[in-house]
Design a binder for this molecule. Structure first.
Ligand SMILES: CC(C)(COP(=O)(O)OP(=O)(O)OC[C@H]1O[C@@H](n2cnc3c(N)ncnc32)[C@H](O)[C@@H]1OP(=O)(O)O)[C@@H](O)C(=O)NCCC(=O)NCCS
Length: 172
């Protein structure tokens, strides 16, 4: 898809400008027959949390282009509190990698245990939501943000390579 040369995006936005914290309680309607939250429901919350972060960064309509592998590390019971943290790790011309980390917060102690993590790629669209639109570069400021930025660029290169390999395979 050609990129819309619409309005020029800002020179850059810090990672902190797109950070999102979202809190959910697991209700019976979110659970499987074992009484634990369904993976699909957690994936939905991850997608929403990441979309808000991408939208905050791009300030344009955004769509989910891809979701990397998600591992679920521990079950969460009905009544459990989930905290989702999301931020933009890196940007391309029109796309953004968003990292989301999901925690279960113990109500009694406030301690958080890691439930799942995911990396998602969002694409910024023009106002008509027809064509990809440019995004501002993300500006990592802390050591952690710089590390995530480096790692995200390596994942982006691997994703591009995988897509090229797939297209070559499909063409041949
Ligand atoms: C995502 C979408 C806009 C990309 O359109 P496209 O014609 O492939 O666009 P392009 O080839 O010009 O690529 C645009 C950007 O998307 C990235 N991209 C495209 N497909 C991708 C994929 N599967 N995974 C990761 N990134 C992808 C490209 O790398 C490029 O990034 P860059 O500009 O930062 O280099 C289009 O495929 C789409 O609309 N998909 C449906 C989205 C959707 O409905 N999501 C679910 C509901 S929100």
């Amino acid at each position: 898809m050609p990129v819309t040369p619409s309005k020029t995006p800002a020179a850059g936005r810090p990672v902190s400008a797109s950070k999102v914290e979202m809190t959910e309680i697991v209700f019976p309607n979110d659970a499987n027959p074992l009484g634990n939250v369904m993976g699909g429901r957690v994936m939905q919350w991850i997608d929403i949390c990441a979309a808000i972060a991408a939208g905050r960064h791009a300030r344009t309509p955004v769509v989910t282009a891809s979701v990397d592998k998600i591992d679920f590390h521990r079950p969460v019971r009905v009544g459990g509190v989930l905290i989702l943290l999301a931020s933009v790790n890196a940007t391309g011309s029109t796309s953004m990698e968003v990292g989301v980390k999901v925690f279960n917060e113990d109500r009694a102690t406030g301690n958080r245990s890691h439930v799942a993590s995911a990396y998602l790629t969002f694409v910024s669209l023009d106002p008509d939501t027809r064509m990809p639109a440019p995004v501002s570069p993300v500006l990592p400021e802390t050591d952690d943000e710089r590390r995530r930025h480096r790692e995200a660029l390596a994942r982006r290169a691997a994703r591009l390579q995988a897509r090229q390999d797939k297209e070559r395979g499909a063409g041949g």
